[in-house]
Design a protein around this ligand. Structure first.
Ligand code: AMP
Length: 216
C-alpha cells in the first residue's frame, strides 16, 4: 500500500489519511504535520520552514526532500504509507520516484481530492485543529462537543496561523501554480484517480477504498 493523497489545502486529505492509515496499518506521512512539529520543537529546520509556512509559501524542495528521504527510510514505512501533502512540486515528485526506485518500490496510486474553491475557503477559515492529536474540526459543519476541546483526546483546539483568509487564499494560489501540474504528471503515468472530496466523510472514504482497490 503506497499511496499519495493529492489536492489543495482544505480538501480533506489529512482527515481521510489519519483514519485510513489506522485501518490499513501503515504510517500517515504528512509533511505539514512534520514541519509544524519541528517548528514547535524549535529545531533549525522548523524555524527555517516556519518563515515560508507563515506566508502560505512552499518550503524549498531540498529541505522537504531531505526530510522525506529520512522518513521513508524508517522501518515502519517499508511496508507502505499514505503520503499527505507530499509531493507538492514536480521536483518533489521526481525525487520521490527516485527514492522509491532505489528501494525497488513504486507509488501505486495517487488519489486526487476534487473540491471547489468556495468550499476550500469555507473549510480552511473555519478549521480548528487539536494541538495534541491533529484531529480537524469545523466551527460550523463539524464542531467539537465542547467548544475548544478535542472530542477524541481532550486536547486544546487552535486555529492554524496559515488558515486566516489572506494566507489561505495565497496557499490556494500557490497550489494552482506549483502543485496542480502534478495532476497531468501522474495522469500520464496512469496512476491518478480523481475522487469528489465533497459530501459525507464516509462516502469519501468509500470512494478512496474503491480507487485504491482499482489499482491492485
Ligand atoms: P499542510 O499542513 O499540508 O497544509 O502544509 C502547511 C504548510 O507547510 C504549507 O503551506 C507549506 O508552507 C509547508 N509544506 C507542507 N508540505 C510541503 C511540501 N511538500 N512542500 C513544500 N512545502 C510544504
Amino acid at each position: 500500500m503506497r499511496v499519495a493523497f493529492l489536492g489543495p489545502p482544505g480538501a480533506g486529505k489529512g482527515t481521510q489519511a489519519r483514519e485510513l492509515a489506522r485501518e490499513w496499518g501503515v504510517p500517515h506521512l504528512a509533511t505539514g504535520d512534520m514541519l509544524r512539529e519541528a517548528l514547535a520543537a524549535g529545531t533549525r529546520l522548523g524555524l527555517e520552514a516556519g518563515r515560508y509556512m507563515d506566508q502560505g509559501a512552499l518550503v524549498p524542495d531540498d529541505v522537504i526532500i531531505g526530510l522525506m528521504g529520512e522518513r521513508l527510510a524508517a522501518a515502519d514505512a517499508w511496508k507502505g504509507f499514505i503520503l499527505d501533502g507530499f509531493p507538492r512540486t514536480i521536483g518533489q515528485a521526481e525525487a520521490l520516484a527516485k527514492l522509491l526506485a532505489d528501494a525497488g518500490q513504486t507509488l501505486e496510486r495517487v488519489i486526487f481530492f476534487d473540491v471547489s474553491e468556495t468550499e476550500l475557503l469555507r473549510r480552511l477559515t473555519g478549521r480548528r485543529v487539536c494541538r495534541r492529536c491533529q484531529t480537524a474540526y469545523h466551527l460550523v459543519s463539524a464542531p467539537p462537543k465542547r467548544p475548544g476541546v478535542c472530542d477524541k483526546c481532550g486536547g486544546e483546539l487552535y486555529q492554524r496561523e496559515d488558515d486566516g483568509e489572506k494566507t489561505a487564499r495565497n496557499r490556494l494560489e500557490v497550489y494552482a501554480k506549483r502543485t496542480a501540474p502534478l495532476l497531468d504528471h501522474y495522469r500520464a503515468g496512469g496512476r491518478l484517480v480523481t475522487i469528489r472530496g465533497e459530501g459525507p466523510i464516509e462516502a469519501i472514504r468509500y470512494a478512496i477504498h474503491e480507487a485504491v482497490e482499482s489499482g491492485r
